[in-house]
Design a protein around this ligand. Sequence first.
Ligand SMILES: O=C1C[C@@](O)(C(=O)O)C[C@@H](O)[C@@H]1O
Length: 209
Amino acid sequence: MKIVVSVENPGVIDEVAAYSPTFIEIRLDRMEGDLLDQVRAIREKTDIPLIATLRSREEGGRFVGDLDLWVRIIGPIARYVDIVDVEARYRDHAPFIKSQGVQILASLHTNEMPSLPELGRIEEMLRSYGDIPKIVVKPRTREDLFELVMFTHQAQKPICTSIMGAEFRYARAILPLFGSEFTFSHAGTPTAEGQYHIREMRQIADLLK
Ligand SMILES: O=C1C[C@@](O)(C(=O)O)C[C@@H](O)[C@@H]1O
């Protein structure tokens, strides 16, 4: 199971790296100060592949700037990471970000539960500009979750699917079993409700083998 550990504090990178996650996600929207300097420092500290994420407020983050500010922040950072998370609202900048030599994690986060046809349309839209689509939704019922698992199982790979909220948090360990490319965890400070600590996620993954 590929595990991403999300971080919002560069000061914990050594501690996070000690868990050997598949990726470290840097949540730029939850950080203060000179973001480029901090990403450079993280890059010097670890060879673990890095994901840069500047999450909009509309999709659950704290970034409230416009499209131009988003690219002015992320653009110089891209060359120091391996993947950039690009929400659909920022997709016009995808070609430039791609030109920096990184992969694009094309993401959409919604508090709703799209139908299977809607999930297919979202996937198609995300694949139109990104390398790996990431769809994060909010199941209301177990039937919703069944549909998300079925969609994940049947979808073209790679794809990342996940859920919001705590009610169905176990799906974070189930969806990778049906083809989701990776799962997001924390190493001390969750960046989203329902995340497991990487230690816990590893234990669950080992028991599910
Ligand atoms: O998209 C995601 C998933 C996430 O929101 C979660 O629910 O674990 C955590 C975010 O940091 C990441 O960018």
